[in-house]
Write a protein that binds this ligand. Structure first.
Ligand code: BGC
Length: 395
């Protein structure tokens, strides 16, 4: 190709201004972890010094979603979701294998978020997330699951980890003790959670135990029993040094500080003073303190961008019309709230809407639930696109 001199100069200028296909891209992060071992101080808010890591597992899901967009005009916005810090769920023994590769690109300034989620008799009050371990398989939980997770964390002493321990488990023991399934699961939940807290109490780790949300343990009658249930397990674990407090709103839809609150005009609202997550964190936090347990909190804001979608506060499955919420930040405006974080990976389903499936739960068939939806944890492309379109703040 022969260029005139002016054309050549124009070409050279544009080549300087915009990177060409051959311009080396800055590597995302070649090195894993810090140069020395990480020691986290769980008496402080580690999220003020570490950024929640945008993990490569979710990045791959989002990149596949970008390639499959039904509306290509969403591409630029969709690609940005991959850069948001999000927790990685270890929901089966096999899926512990997702952790090691996801640690290859965690820079020293980031903290890797991991959800520990495989108790025997899991999801005792619902069906959608019933797990692989049956009630009674506590030894398998300890040796094949918790010990295996601990081994990976120990093999990466130079990486910082934030763990969320067993979403929904202890809250179910507080409010669903009338169900036979939860009665059957109770001993294994208490023993399993205590074992996880004890075994994962490593210097490079901070731990948060799940406490449901304001519409769950926030009811007046549940505050004290809830705090006592969590505190008893924390103490049974030997009051571990790396324990920081609770997670709330995991995979949930509640607003942080909406006042008077999304469900404040319902007939029973007088019995729940925790009408948003901020009041829950503060009110339940006081109960935790009284029960003798550390009470700082992280709050899942991954999918709470839109309010007013649920018919009832307890509706939890693939709420239709939802949008991505506040991006992870340690600027919460509350001393007890360490950070807003993304826990539920937006785009992964809460449960199937297929009524013939073994794990079909009627909540996933309610009129405010998005349909069709695949099995819990599986990708729902259409739902991801809706979360993006309804994101608040927008991408
Ligand atoms: C599912 C898990 C999944 C997690 C994150 C849970 O509801 O049961 O399988 O890993 O959500 O999407």
């Amino acid at each position: 190709m022969k260029l005139s001199q002016s054309a050549f100069l124009a070409f050279a200028a544009s080549a300087l201004a915009a990177p060409s296909a051959t311009t080396p891209q800055k590597p995302r992060q070649a090195s894993a972890g810090c140069e020395a071992a990480v020691t986290l101080d769980a008496t402080t808010n580690v999220f003020t010094s570490y950024t929640l890591h945008p993990n490569s597992f979710y990045r791959a899901e989002v990149e596949a979603a970008v390639a499959a967009l039904t509306d290509p005009s969403l591409a630029d916005a969709a690609a940005k979701v991959a850069d948001v810090g999000t927790f990685l769920w270890l929901d089966t023994i096999e899926n512990i294998g997702r952790l090691e590769p996801a640690l290859a690109d965690v820079p020293c300034e980031n903290i890797m978020g991991v959800v520990v989620y495989d108790l025997p008799g899991r999801d005792c009050a619902a069906k959608a997330s019933n797990g692989e371990l049956a009630v009674g398989e506590i030894d398998r939980y300890k040796t094949e699951y918790v010990d295996a997770v601990a081994a990976v964390l120990k093999a990466h002493p130079n990486t910082a980890f934030a763990l969320i321990i067993e979403p929904d488990s202890l809250p179910n023991l507080v409010t669903n003790a009338d169900l036979q399934t939860c009665q059957d699961s109770a001993d294994g939940y208490r023993e399993g959670v205590a074992y996880a807290l004890e075994t994962l109490n490593l210097p490079n780790v901070v731990m948060y135990l799940d406490a449901g949300h304001g519409g769950w343990l926030g009811w007046d009658a549940n505050l004290k029993p809830g705090a006592e249930e969590l505190a008893a397990v924390y103490k049974a674990a030997g009051s571990p040094s790396q324990f920081r407090g609770i997670s709330t709103n995991v995979a949930g839809w509640n607003q942080w500080d909406l006042t008077p609150g999304e469900f404040s005009d319902t007939s029973d609202a007088q019995y729940n003073s925790c009408q948003n997550e901020q009041t829950f964190v503060e009110t339940f936090g006081a109960s935790l303190e009284a029960a003798g347990m550390p009470n700082h909190a992280i709050i899942d804001t991954g999918r709470n961008g839109v309010s007013g979608l649920r018919e009832e506060w307890g509706d939890w499955c693939n709420v239709a019309g939802a949008g991505f919420g506040q991006r992870p930040t340690s600027e919460t405006g509350s001393d007890l709230a360490d950070a807003f974080v993304w826990v539920k990976p937006g785009g992964e389903s809460d449960g199937t809407s297929d009524e013939t499936a073994t794990r079909y739960d009627s909540f996933c068939g309610k009129s405010d639930a998005y349909k069709p939806s695949p099995e819990a944890g599986s990708w729902n492309q259409a739902y991801f696109e809706d979360l993006l379109k309804n994101a608040n703040p927008a991408f």
